[in-house]
Design a protein around this ligand. Structure first.
Ligand code: GAL
Length: 700
């Protein structure tokens, strides 16, 4: 009699347990670790073997779908999402959550044949053909409708799937389009902004070279040597066009997905790309992610690569990305050893991939994902690094990825809720960046290099620096440094002055305030609307061929690349550096001034200087601003130390990128998080590419 009911109860419990496992939303692991995976490229019978290997390497996430449009909608209106649902379930069975990429980077061939108007047109007027990716026009309304249709259906199908934790919109926004529809959009965008052509003509001064426009349609769309006002507006237009291209999909997703599913996109272009304003793109997302390919692949076209990780540049890029939302971020793609698009696609050294992953975590990454899991048999990227070969068997770097997976499993709970904290910010402003790019005046003026030199010096003293746009919250920083803030509107000048009056220390570098928001010269000369606050004006700027000595209360060294002759207009503006002999225009003239304003100070620093002087200045500014430096662990050259702070603990991530083993003394006992048994240590010795993760409680 009692057997049946027992059996029934057992079956009931089993079924409800299964049901709840299938319906309980999976949370995002504290350190998410994953890979791009393309199940549509492989026989379904092989999926589980792939997933088992991922699980064995400690991966807990897969990102799928971002190029799969032709598999998701093989013919117009005929959707096939079943395979994707099975892939999500198969990954979940092996303990992995899924991020779904919307497939809008690769419209399928039936679509580009039927609707050729959705294809991108490059600046020469050539329409792209099918066969690669990014071949769509971001301005095409028809394309947006097609995107919305599939994204909406995906959202309905997967928006409540317990294993789907996030969505990635498209893939690495890159190319804008010059097709007639996009040009029309540009003209409507200008009309909306300026109201009348008279207003536009006045702001851009197109009387210059007969550029006066009498119809909106006459305004050219170009990236060539055009009117600076036009060029700046085009960049803003491209930003807004990407933004509403993205918004179209965010809206479609948000209508159907559960709030716990986050929306992101993966930004490429090695972080610093300036095609559009990335902070504005980030503002509409729940979390920001970027693709870190810095380091692997020696490529000589840009100065970004040496074939190995440059920890300074990599760290600054993470901090730049973090600054777009002033919060932790995800690394959605990282190469497993090497890429396929460099001049020489050399491999990272043994250990370097793991160190690179940890280095990102130190700077605030809460997710590390590889591109890609398995070498595709065909397609444009056959040579690219992967974790398993075309046969599905591990390649050598797999073991290193597995080591990082084991590390992350240990450290995830300790890092949960922690983030880098800085009292110092360096400003990276897209308008200014573009304005200088359009006309650098000296090709020796490498804005990013100059910014990086401030960053390097400041991080050396403080251990942590944020890189933010001027639109972000500055009140949280004791010291704000703006290396090349070329475009300054009256509103921005007010914001910065208010920051100083409230107690902030602001340092403005050369080229500040030359331009207004229309990229026209500020009539009052540099620093434009900031002049009354600074109490000094730039009499003349000089692109230098030869270095000029500078010396004063701030120290001594050389002005290189750029120098500005300053003229004090306020008696209380103290001259802190003067140019020495060597340049007839500059000798004996002020190179930097400093002034108290309200509770803070504002400085104008009219020179690019050598690294040693920059170090000296950074120490001085940090001391004057009373920036917290007690948490800084001093380490030998090549050893990177990052600190993440949580409610009750601080966690240090130390990575050794130097050539040799290094010993690092700690300022007290800390728990070695990666050691078995969580040892208490007072120093660590790290081999080349070695990693230590150390935590201790925070005294409150
Ligand atoms: C990224 C892209 C990936 C893959 C990778 C190769 O920029 O998002 O899809 O192409 O590059 O390095």
């Amino acid at each position: 009699m009692s057997y049946l009911p027992h059996c029934f109860v057992f079956v009931f419990i089993f079924l409800t347990a299964r049901a709840s496992a299938e319906t309980t939303p999976q949370s995002i692991p504290p350190l998410m670790y994953g890979s791009a995976w393309y199940p549509e490229q492989w026989p379904e019978a092989e999926w589980d073997a792939d997933l088992v290997r991922m699980q064995a390497a400690g991966l807990n996430m897969v990102r799928i779908g971002e190029f799969a449009w032709s598999s998701l909608e093989p013919a117009e209106g005929r959707y096939d999402f079943d395979w994707m649902e099975r892939a999500v379930a198969a990954a979940a069975k092996r303990g992995m959550v899924t991020i779904i990429g919307t497939p809008t980077d690769t419209p399928p061939a039936w679509m580009t044949t039927k609707y050729p108007e959705i294809l991108r047109v490059d600046e020469t007027g050539a329409r792209l053909q099918h066969g690669s990716r990014r071949h769509f026009s971001i301005g095409s309304e028809k394309y947006r409708q097609l995107c919305r249709a599939i994204v909406e259906r995906l959202a309905v199908r997967f928006g409540k799937n317990p294993h789907v934790v996030a969505w990635q919109i498209g893939n690495e926004y890159t190319e804008d389009s010059f097709d007639p529809e996009s040009r029309g959009r540009f003209h409507r965008w200008l009309e909306k902004k300026y109201g009348t052509l008279e207003a536009l003509n006045q702001r851009w001064l197109p009387a210059y070279w007969s550029q006066t426009y009498t119809e909106w349609s006459q305004v050219p769309m170009t990236t060539g040597r055009a009117n600076p006002g036009l060029l700046l507006e085009h960049k803003r237009f491209v930003t807004d066009t990407w933004r509403d291209f993205q918004r179209n999909q965010i809206d479609a997703l948000r209508r159907h997905i559960e709030p716990r599913q986050l929306i992101t996109t993966n930004l490429g272009g090695l972080g610093w790309a300036s095609r559009f304003n990335r902070q504005h793109i980030a503002a509409d997302l729940d979390v920001i992610s970027w693709d870190e390919y810095l380091g692997s692949g020696w490529f000589d076209k840009t100065k970004n690569g040496t074939g190995h990780l440059d920890p300074l540049r990599s760290g600054a890029t993470h901090d730049l990305v973090r600054g777009w939302r002033q919060q932790n971020f995800w690394v959605m793609e990282m190469p497993p050893g090497f890429v396929d698009w460099g001049s020489v696609n050399n491999s990272l050294d043994r250990g370097e991939t793991r160190a690179m992953a940890w280095h990102a975590v130190g700077h605030g990454a809460d997710c590390i994902a590889f591109w890609q899991w398995r070498s595709a048999l065909n397609g444009q990227e056959q040579y690219h690094g992967a974790l398993v070969g075309p046969d599905g068997e591990p390649v050598p770097v797999y073991a290193e990825a597995a080591q990082a997976g084991a590390d992350f499993a240990k450290a995830g709970p300790v890092l949960a809720g922690t983030q880098p904290v800085s009292e110092v910010a360096v400003i990276h402003d897209y308008d200014s960046r573009w304005a200088i790019e359009f006309n650098p005046f000296s090709n020796r003026y490498d804005q990013m290099q100059i910014l990086m030199d401030y960053y390097r010096a400041l991080r050396g003293v403080t251990g942590a620096v944020d890189i933010v746009t001027p639109e972000m919250d500055l009140s949280r920083y004791k010291l704000v440094v703006a290396p090349s803030l070329n475009v300054v509107s009256p509103e921005l000048a007010t914001r910065l002055t208010d920051y100083v009056r409230a107690g902030g220390q602001l340092v403005l570098g050369p080229r500040t305030g030359m331009k207004d928001a229309s990229n026209a010269l500020n009539r009052e000369r540099q620093p434009g609307p900031l002049l009354p606050s600074v109490g000094a004006r730039v009499q003349q700027f000089y692109a230098l061929l030869e270095d000029v000595p500078v010396a004063g209360a701030w120290g001594a060294g050389k002005a290189t690349v750029w120098a500005e002759l300053l003229d004090r207009v306020a008696a209380d503006a103290e001259v802190t550096l003067r140019f020495g002999a060597g340049n007839d225009w500059l000798a004996g003239e002020p190179a930097a001034v400093r002034r108290s304003l309200g509770k803070g100070t504002i400085s104008y620093f009219g020179a690019v200087v050598d690294s040693a002087l920059m170090d000296e200045l950074a120490r001085r500014w940090v001391t004057e601003a009373r920036v917290f430096t007690a948490g800084v662990i001093s380490a030998p050259a090549g050893v990177k130390v990052s600190r993440r702070v949580g409610r009750d603990r601080e966690v240090y991530v130390i990575t050794n990128f130097s050539q040799a083993a290094q010993e690092i003394s700690l300022p007290g006992a800390m728990t070695d998080v990666l050691a078995d048994g969580h040892l208490e240590v007072a120093k660590v010795t790290l081999p080349r590419y070695g990693v230590a993760v150390l935590s201790r409680g925070m005294a409150r």
